[in-house]
Design a protein around this ligand. Structure first.
Ligand SMILES: [Zn+2]
Length: 363
């Protein structure tokens, strides 16, 4: 039987929580045009006319759900600045008059995508939400993120829905999801696997040696990759991820779907095309079908190139639909000279050494 795909769609994500334009001291690539450009392409490609695609509406949630993951001080700060009409927190987080409501809706959208899959209304889902969440920490907004959409949703499942089964989070955003990692660092029931661009010269966050702690040791896995990684070897992290997923046997797989490893992204420095996201999605879908009845949810994180980002999302949907994907002509660039086989081999070797005491499937 053909699978059904849910897509969380809300046009407020495409029009609200705007950076304070014009503002000489502040510019943000994280803005409503990201969702607007995605929805524009999906409509142009007639995705919503496909009978296997179902639009999902973000759940209305109350503040007690945000409190599962964030301190009252952080929530009140966002609310206060939203009521005031604008504000900037740290270097990268802006607040506009609708920010609190939109950030709350991003959590509601993520919860709806996950529950639609768990309740079998759809087989897979994609939450097209913003602001992104994977850097947001319990006490503060960080790195363009206000609230941690994925962590809050999973804590909601645990606390309010009594869902205690194992969950795997695969984070493919260009940046390490320090926020998500923080929540589940000691939790053996959540596997957090992050593949991210890493500065091997000056150091970075998301070290290969961070494995979690206490009972959770071994269930945080960082797969740092060099900048300029291309389609040619991006997916090599599956050599580690696949056996671990089969051994861990989660009941649900969540993808923190950032698309800022895209070659033309203004923030990330990798060189992927939308083909990598198509191939990634095909592989993770196949694994999910084998281990957890295909229960797979994508949640939008980063990705800022307004021409490329919509194609990356479209590529994921084509993979979930099990349809062929033809990348756009403007992506046909030869990235061969950036090929970094040796570095990725080295990372795998070190990681295998670190993980073999925690996972029987890793030698
Ligand atoms: Zn990112």
């Amino acid at each position: 039987m053909n699978n059904k795909i849910g897509i969380v769609v809300d046009y407020q994500f495409a029009s609200q929580h705007k950076p304070p334009y014009p503002h000489p001291a502040f510019f943000s690539y994280e803005n409503p045009l990201r969702i607007a450009s995605i929805l524009n392409l999906l409509e142009e490609k007639k995705v919503f006319e496909n009978k296997r695609i179902m639009k999902l509406i973000p759940r209305t949630i109350n503040e007690s759900i945000i409190r599962l993951a964030h301190s009252q001080y952080h929530i009140d700060t966002i609310k206060r600045l939203s009521n005031y009409g604008n504000g900037i927190l740290g270097e990268e987080v802006f607040i506009s008059k609708n920010t609190f409501e939109i950030a709350k809706k991003a959590i509601g959208g993520t919860i709806e995508a996950i529950e639609a899959v768990l309740e079998q209304r759809v087989n897979q889902a994609f939450a097209l939400v913003r602001p992104p969440g994977h850097h947001a920490l319990r006490e503060t907004a960080s790195g363009l993120c206000i609230f941690n959409n994925i962590a809050t949703s999973l804590l909601y499942l645990r606390e309010k829905r009594n869902y205690k089964k194992k969950i795997a989070i695969i984070d493919i955003d260009d940046h390490f999801g320090d926020g998500i990692a923080q929540y589940f660092y000691e939790d053996p029931s959540v596997l957090y696997f992050s593949v991210h661009e890493f500065d091997f010269v000056d150091g970075d966050i998301g070290f290969i040696t961070e494995l979690g702690t206490g009972q959770g040791k071994g269930s945080t896995i960082n797969f740092p990759i060099p900048h300029d990684t291309t389609d040619q070897n991006f997916l090599e992290f599956f050599d580690i991820l696949t056996p671990i997923l089969y051994e861990f046997k989660p009941d649900l797989i969540i993808v923190a779907a950032g698309f800022d490893m895209y070659f033309a992204d203004q923030i990330g420095n990798c060189s992927l095309t939308s083909n990598s996201y198509y191939n990634f999605s095909k592989r993770i879908l196949e694994i999910s079908k084998n281990i957890c009845d295909g229960k797979l949810v994508f949640v939008l994180e980063g990705g800022y190139n307004l021409i490329g980002l919509p194609y990356c999302v479209y590529a994921v949907l084509k993979a979930l639909l099990n349809e062929q994907y033809n990348q756009p002509i403007f992506e046909r660039i030869d990235f061969g000279k950036y090929y970094k086989k040796i570095e990725i081999d080295k990372i795998q070797k070190i990681l295998r050494k670190l993980l073999k005491n925690h996972w029987k499937s890793i030698k």
